[in-house]
Design a protein around this ligand. Structure first.
Ligand code: PGA
Length: 255
C-alpha cells in the first residue's frame, strides 16, 4: 500500500496576512527548486490569513493545499469568535487540524469535542488531521500507547467509514512540540504503528489507508530519518514551517 506523504506547516499564531502572503511566495520559490511530485504539502495559517493565502495560491497556481488549524463543530449559530467548517470549505480549505495538543491543554478540548469537530470537517468535504500524543509524564510512566489509544478511540468515534479512507492522524508527543527534542525515529515508528493498529481495530481494513504524520521538532536535520520509517507518512511541522528554506528541505526529505 503506498500512501502519499503529507507535509503540513502549522503556522500557529504567527504572521499577519501580509507576512503570510510573503511566506507563500517564498515557499513556492524554494519548492520549485526541488522536485516534489510524490509529496503533498498543506499550509495552515491563522484564520485571518486564509483568504489572502487562498488568493495567492489560486492566482499563482501554487501546488500547496490550504489548511486551517481548528474550527467549530457547528455549521452556524451563536458561537462568538468561532469559525465553521462550511466557512473554511468555501475558502478552498482542504485540511483542518483538530485536537492539537495546544488546544487540548490550553483550551480544554476533550476527545468528545474533537470527535464532533472531525466529523463536521469531513461532512463539509474536507479532511481532518486529528492530533494525538502523550505528555512526558505519561511516556515516563509507560502510558504512551494507552494514552494514544484512548485519544484515538475517542477522537475518531464519530467519523463514518468513508471518512477513514482519507483521514490523516498526527502523532505528536507533547514533550517534543516546540522543544527541539524530537522522538527518536524508532520510538516515533513504534507509536505510529500502534496508532495504525488501533485505527484498523476501530474500522477494520482502513488502517493501511490512513496517513499518519509525526510531529514534534521536525527539522531538516531529522526529517529524512523520521520520514523513511514505514508507518510515518508525513510530518506536521510547527517552528520550521515558518522558514521557507527549512520547510522546503523537509518537503524534499519526504521525496
Ligand atoms: P514544532 O510544532 O515543529 O514547533 O515542534 C509541531 C506542532 O505543534 O504541530
Amino acid at each position: 500500500m503506498s500512501r502519499t506523504p503529507l507535509i503540513s506547516g502549522n503556522w500557529k499564531m504567527h504572521l499577519n496576512h501580509l507576512e503570510a502572503i510573503q511566506l507563500c511566495q517564498k515557499l513556492s520559490y524554494e519548492l520549485a527548486r526541488h522536485r516534489y511530485d510524490q509529496v503533498e504539502v498543506s499550509l495552515h495559517p491563522p484564520f485571518i490569513d486564509l483568504r489572502s493565502c487562498q488568493t495567492v495560491i489560486d492566482a499563482d497556481r501554487l501546488e500547496f493545499k490550504l489548511g486551517a488549524q481548528n474550527c467549530h463543530d457547528q455549521s452556524k449559530g451563536a458561537y462568538t469568535g468561532e469559525v465553521s467548517p462550511s466557512m473554511l470549505a468555501k475558502l478552498d480549505v482542504s485540511y483542518v487540524i483538530v485536537g492539537h495538543s495546544e488546544r487540548r491543554a490550553l483550551f480544554n478540548e476533550t476527545d468528545e469535542f474533537i470527535a464532533a469537530k472531525a466529523a463536521a470537517v469531513a461532512k463539509a468535504g474536507m479532511t481532518p488531521i486529528v492530533c494525538v500524543g502523550e505528555t512526558l509524564e505519561e511516556r515516563e510512566s509507560g502510558q504512551a500507547a494507552a494514552v494514544v489509544t484512548t485519544q484515538l478511540r475517542g477522537s475518531l468515534a464519530k467519523l463514518t467509514r468513508a471518512s477513514f479512507e482519507t483521514l490523516v492522524v498526527a502523532y505528536e508527543p507533547v514533550w517534543a512540540i516546540g522543544t527541539g527534542r524530537n522522538a527518536s525515529p524508532e520510538d516515533a515508528q513504534d507509536m505510529c504503528a500502534t496508532a495504525r493498529n488501533v485505527i484498523d481495530d476501530i474500522r477494520r481494513g482502513t488502517g493501511e489507508h490512513v496517513r499518519i504524520q509525526y510531529g514534534g521538532s521536525v527539522k531538516p536535520a531529522n526529517a529524512h530519518e523520521l520520514l523513511r520509517q514505514p508507518d510515518i507518512d508525513g510530518a506536521l511541522v510547527g517552528g520550521a514551517s515558518l522558514d521557507a528554506v527549512q520547510f522546503a528541505r523537509i518537503v524534499h526529505a519526504a521525496t
